[in-house]
Design a binder for this molecule. Structure first.
Ligand SMILES: [Ca+2]
Length: 138
């Protein structure tokens, strides 16, 4: 509990400085990433590279602004490297807010509502690997 809390605090500090945070800290736990229930701390929305919370992950704090352009966030842990653009396939939203995910950077294109939820939600097959921007709403 204290470890997870301090991790969240540290990531929150990074967020406050950089605006966004890459999920390297969460992604370095391969043993946990393979489990059906993926750890995601309260107050965070966690995005996953693959369905069922598998693969690399990235987390945004509920007080952050999200990301206007996920191609600006590197994902060295992702399959083939690259960035978080067109990567997300599942998520857990442990914030109190609905988040908006867009298929195109800068909030353009099709929007998906990511409502608060404690379990991993897979995007539809048509929507996975499409998200390019994500913002908290409300
Ligand atoms: Ca896209």
């Amino acid at each position: 509990m204290s470890t997870r809390t301090s991790l969240a605090r540290r990531m929150g500090k990074v967020l406050a400085v950089g605006g966004v945070v890459a999920g390297a800290l969460l992604a370095t736990a391969p043993a946990q990433a393979a489990e059906a229930t993926v750890p995601c701390s309260d107050g965070w929305i966690c995005l996953y590279e693959h369905r069922d919370g598998r693969g690399a992950s990235i987390a945004f704090h509920e007080r952050s602004a999200g990301s206007d352009d996920l191609s600006k966030i590197p994902c060295p842990e992702c399959q083939g490297g690259g960035t978080w653009d067109d990567r997300m396939s599942s998520y857990v939203n442990k914030t109190s807010r609905t988040w908006w995910a867009y298929d195109t950077a800068h909030g353009i294109g099709e929007r998906h509502n990511l409502n608060p939820v404690d379990i991993v939600v897979n995007l539809g097959s048509r929507d996975e690997d499409q998200v390019s921007a994500i913002y908290p709403w409300g």
